[in-house]
Design a binder for this molecule. Sequence first.
Ligand SMILES: [Zn+2]
Length: 245
Amino acid sequence: MIKTRAIVLHRFPYSDSSFIVKALTEESGIVSFIVKGGKKKESPFRGALDPLALSEVVFRQNPNTDLQFIKEATLLDWRKNLRNDLLSLAKAQVMTEMILRYAPQGVPLQEEFERLEQAIREFDEVITDKSRIFAQWLLDTCDMWGYNLDLTTCSRCGRTLEKPAADFFPETGGFVCQSCLGVEHPRARLETLNGLWALQTGGKIERPEFAENALLTYLRHHIGFLKEIHSIKFLNETRKLFDYH
Ligand SMILES: [Zn+2]
């Protein structure tokens, strides 16, 4: 019998009365649960198995099946504030979908759990500056999955950057300093370069979508995203709603 904290990544109907819940557990990595009768109003799990909820689950791990029966699920935090913030919600959905699609299956993912839990908790907090959360999670994910991105060094001369890089190549992750770039026109936009610099130095990111997209492109080139991340569409639509520029 395993008792562990879990973040609900995804939930979908399975039959008339059941659904399947995929969760990132602290102890056992990604686990798929079949929840019989879970759609009924009086289901004891209601809320605890909502996507993005943090819960404590109890289950017996059956090694002969991919679908585990859940015995207990206790809601620890439903993330009420996050659910009322469309942009944070859209970013959290991209994070959970990326974990679901690209994290290794069948192995413990303790660091992934901690990073995701932290990002979702920060989105849920009542603070004003949420500009760094998703970019920081993407940067940490590059690190965790073995594609460390060095934000501090010029990839051409090897010198430490002392101000925002003059260019960035998201395909390779290479930053270029002003003296190496010379009179060439940078390919990266100023918003991207300033955003990645702010991420590194701990400042507020003025236009986070540029740094976020650059990090997504970098990860995409390294993982070789075979499957489309559907929730990115929703994120882009949501970004347009919040674009006051
Ligand atoms: Zn240089």
